[in-house]
Design a protein around this ligand. Structure first.
Ligand code: NAP
Length: 235
């Protein structure tokens, strides 16, 4: 049985991705930083028939990422799919994400999770992924990071964090071009979660679909792209 790790899987789109990967036949590691929220999600997934297990993981901590990799090695013997889903919008009060009054601490905080967190967790997990027969990495991005579309509310910390995540996705794909590791970025669309104050029209299950597809690409699937459910998203 193949093993997947989904970061930020205790709720929202990450939980739905965990469910979707479980339905696709994966054993799913529920990456979450809070013990109670993590075990609640594991219980809910198991009740839904998913072979889920908890992985303590705060993506902002080097030690936590390293410990999670050691745990996966011991618990599952390896890793086949990594979905970097954990993300934050960052504070918006007091013009914190108006570019003309941007709070640099807000920018740093968002980058620490949405970009540095992805690099930290990916690099901790790559030694396990290299041993898989069909390793896949999915970075959950947003069309708000598209320089072409320039869409959604103006959020001058969050949107550039996803632009950088897209660029980082391309960097990994180039570096891993001669390996079995396939890396892509996905956009879930506007989804009703805590993140959006439940304003999105799409359900978490709908938002999760692109991630499940990119996590289960065939060996000749696309590399280094940015996709939503309908196809490529412009950078
Ligand atoms: P959400 O409901 O707020 O869930 C975010 C998840 O990330 C939670 O499980 C949260 O855990 C986790 N997380 C945050 N910081 C973390 C950290 N340092 N370590 C580990 N986990 C952490 O958001 P969502 O709507 O499901 O969004 C999931 C992803 O999709 C994000 O990357 C987001 O940018 C992207 N996205 C969402 C939308 C949308 O419309 N919702 C649109 C485009 C892209 P806690 O419960 O512990 O906080």
């Amino acid at each position: 049985m193949k093993t997947a790790l989904v970061t930020g899987a205790n709720k929202g789109i990450g939980f739905a991705i965990a469910y979707g990967l479980g339905a696709a036949g994966f054993r799913v590691g529920v990456g979450a930083r809070d013990d109670a929220r993590r075990s609640g999600a594991v219980d809910a997934l198991r009740a839904g028939g998913v072979e889920a297990f908890g992985v303590a993981l705060d993506v902002t901590s080097d030690d936590s990422a390293a410990a999670a990799a050691r745990f996966l090695e011991a618990e599952a013997g390896g890793l086949d799919v990594l979905v970097n889903n954990a993300g934050i919008g960052g504070r918006t009060d007091g013009g914190a994400q108006d570019p003309t009054t941007l709070h640099l601490d807000a920018l740093r905080t968002v980058l620490e999770t949405n970009v540095f967190g992805v690099v930290r967790v990916t690099n901790a997990m790559l030694p396990l992924l290299y041993r898989s027969t069909a390793p896949r990495i999915v970075n959950m991005s947003s069309d708000m990071g598209s320089l072409t579309l320039q869409t959604g509310p103006q959020m001058a910390a969050y949107a550039p964090s996803k632009t950088m995540l897209n660029s980082m996705t391309a960097q990994y794909a180039r570096r891993l071009a001669d390996t079995k590791v396939i890396v892509n970025a996905g956009c879930p669309g506007l989804v009703a979660t805590d993140f959006t104050g439940h304003t999105g029209e799409r359900t978490p299950d709908q938002g999760a679909q692109v991630a499940v597809r990119l996590a289960t690409l065939p060996d000749d699937g696309p590399r280094g792209g940015f996709f939503n459910e309908a196809g490529p998203v412009p950078w």
